[in-house]
Design a protein around this ligand. Structure first.
Ligand SMILES: Cc1cc2nc3c(=O)[nH]c(=O)nc-3n(C[C@H](O)[C@H](O)[C@H](O)COP(=O)(O)OP(=O)(O)OC[C@H]3O[C@@H](n4cnc5c(N)ncnc54)[C@H](O)[C@@H]3O)c2cc1C
Length: 446
């Protein structure tokens, strides 16, 4: 049985990207994926395009269409902006897996059957659908919404039904519209066809099977607010039904398994953030894995704290941002679909603004490893800042967050830049003269 540093279960965007980055960081990696993604179109945001370019993944970006104009009919507003590209997910995912293989990952086409043995420090033994077994020190679980979980946390569940239409309009672009029964996404680009996706309450389906899906789409499209635009839309092939509500599958990190992408937090497609989350959570999984592989003793604790701050907090933030977006649509507030989503999860603000300046010790990424660092929290930086102009913030400010540490006789340009930045946060006066280390604002007033 071959032993790997990491076995990656699932080669969708999260798994394939995590595998590529882990190999590049020096790990031995096996990806197991059935390469059985159903044909479907999705929107690729500008942030994803930027991330792919920054990581040298132009070949993956080349599977996407050119940027299309995006129009929105939401809350009475009609907005249009450029940016969204279309991707055929099977082609996009295959290109990412190829990038991982090119970097040195091994790929087995198949499925993870069951986990035979698991131990936080010794690793996992996994049975594949072929009957073979593989073992690894860590497993990145990137099986998407299919990842098993015994403690799912979820809000109102949405069902998205989608399919390729039998005709194109000839006008590239994507369109999002709010309707009483839910929302729709209509997307078209040259060579990609025209794709319709409706999102409704998961329990709002009259029956089972293709006929029930078709009937649900027809009922949706004949809503009075849509008939003028949507009458006569026909889906060419079998409809695709997918669960689309926000889900937190793994509220705690249980090593040796590190969940990434939808297997950690499955995002509501309304956010347009799903692929970005899949890639960025894969990036976050890499320092967790490397830190645990280097040294399990502090690594396990650091990874668990980092996971809570990065992954679990993302779930709550996405839940509240989503709630606010549904709340915006006041015209539809009385409709059951909108009422449920506007009420969940609570009334807390999506982005809590700290009302004071303080220092806190947090787990941050440094040189692709997790370390504890003092970070500065300000109303403008609620997630904390560990470095300013390349200097550790803990070297500049004392633990109270209000006093500058002693200033060198000859402050370097980086030091001066750091103090300029601190001044922009209302701390000190930007001067690096040795008399400047008295705070201009106190902890209470900043
Ligand atoms: C209806 C809908 C529309 C969406 N539209 C958009 C959009 O327009 N833009 C956007 O950014 N996001 C969108 N999303 C979100 C996006 O699809 C997901 O965030 C993204 O696919 C998550 O990637 P992932 O790699 O975590 O999981 P997945 O893409 O689900 O990949 C999981 C992989 O694991 C494999 N797998 C499953 N079980 C096993 C097993 N037992 N063994 C081995 N492999 C296994 C699967 O075959 C798959 O390849 C949408 C989501 C939905 C539901």
């Amino acid at each position: 049985m071959t032993y790997y540093d990491c076995v990656v279960a699932g080669g969708g965007p999260a798994g394939a990207f995590a595998a590529r980055e882990l190999v590049r960081a020096g790990c031995t990696v096996l990806i197991v994926d059935p390469a059985a993604g159903r044909p479907r179109l999705e929107g690729l945001s500008t942030r994803v395009a930027q991330l792919l370019k920054a990581r040298g993944l132009e070949a993956v970006l080349a599977t996407a269409s050119a940027p299309c104009p995006r129009s929105v009919d939401w809350a009475g507003l009609k907005r249009s902006a450029n940016g969204e590209r279309l991707v055929r997910r099977p082609a996009f995912d295959a290109a990412l897996r190829q990038a991982a293989v090119d970097a040195g990952a091994e790929l087995i086409e198949g499925r993870i059957g069951r986990i035979e043995k698991t131990h936080p420090e010794q690793g996992v033994v996994l049975k594949l659908s072929s009957g073979d077994a593989v073992s690894a020190r860590l497993m990145i679980d990137a099986r998407g919404r299919q990842a098993p979980s015994s403690q799912r946390l979820k809000g109102p569940q949405t069902l998205s039904i989608s399919g390729l239409l039998d005709s194109v309009s000839g006008t590239p672009g994507t369109h999002v519209a709010a309707t009483p029964e839910g929302w729709l996404w209509l997307a078209e680009a040259p060579g990609f066809g025209r794709w319709l996706q409706i999102s409704v309450d998961a329990d709002d389906l009259g029956g089972a099977g293709e006929a029930a899906l078709q009937e649900r789409v027809n009922r949706f499209l004949t809503q009075p607010c849509l008939t003028e635009d949507m009458g006569g839309l026909n889906v060419q092939n079998k409809l695709l039904a997918r669960a689309a509500g926000l889900v937190l599958s793994a509220p705690e990190l249980t090593l040796p398994v590190i969940p990434a992408g939808d297997a950690a937090v499955a995002i509501d497609p309304l956010s347009g953030h799903g692929l970005f989350w899949a890639l960025s959570s894969a990036l976050a999984a890499v320092p967790m894995a490397l830190t645990v592989l280097d040294n399990p003793k502090p690594g396990v604790d650091l990874a668990a704290r980092f996971y809570r701050a990065r992954v679990v907090e993302t779930f709550w933030r996405q839940a509240r941002v989503g709630r606010d977006f549904y709340r915006l649509e006041r015209r539809l507030a009385a409709e059951p679909f909108w009422r449920r989503r506007a009420a969940w999860p609570d009334d807390q603000p999506s982005h809590a603004v700290p009302n004071s300046v303080r220092m806190e010790t947090r787990v941050v990424v440094e040189d692709n490893r997790l370390v504890e660092r003092d970070v500065l929290i300000t109303p403008l930086d609620p997630d904390g800042v560990a470095f300013v102009a390349g200097l550790p913030v803990g070297d500049l400010i004392d633990a109270s967050g209000t006093r500058a540490k002693p200033i060198p006789d000859t402050p370097s340009p980086a030091f001066q830049a750091a103090f300029q930045w601190l001044a922009s946060r209302g701390l000190f006066n930007g001067s690096t003269s040795r008399n400047a280390h008295q705070p201009t604002r106190t902890r209470e007033t900043a």
